[in-house]
Design a protein around this ligand. Structure first.
Ligand code: SF4
Length: 62
């Protein structure tokens, strides 16, 4: 499973990348991307990032 960031909604605050940097990166356009899959090890942090995103731009994808 990999998280998905809605590029039209993300405001590039960096919170998700700060919470779980092995999954989320801020790219040149100033928006976050999920660059790695959610694993058993980081699932709790990914969930925290999803819950903490101020604009609800992240969701879990299959
Ligand atoms: S926490 Fe939300 S708004 Fe902030 S960079 Fe991540 S996806 Fe974008």
């Amino acid at each position: 499973m990999r998280a998905y960031v809605d590029q039209h909604t993300c405001i590039g605050c960096g919170l998700c990348a700060g919470t779980v940097p092995e999954v989320f990166e801020i790219h040149d356009g100033g928006r976050a991307f999920a660059t790695a899959d959610t694993t058993e090890e980081n699932a709790d942090l990914v969930e925290e990032a999803i819950d903490s995103c101020p604009v609800n731009a992240i969701r879990d994808e299959e």
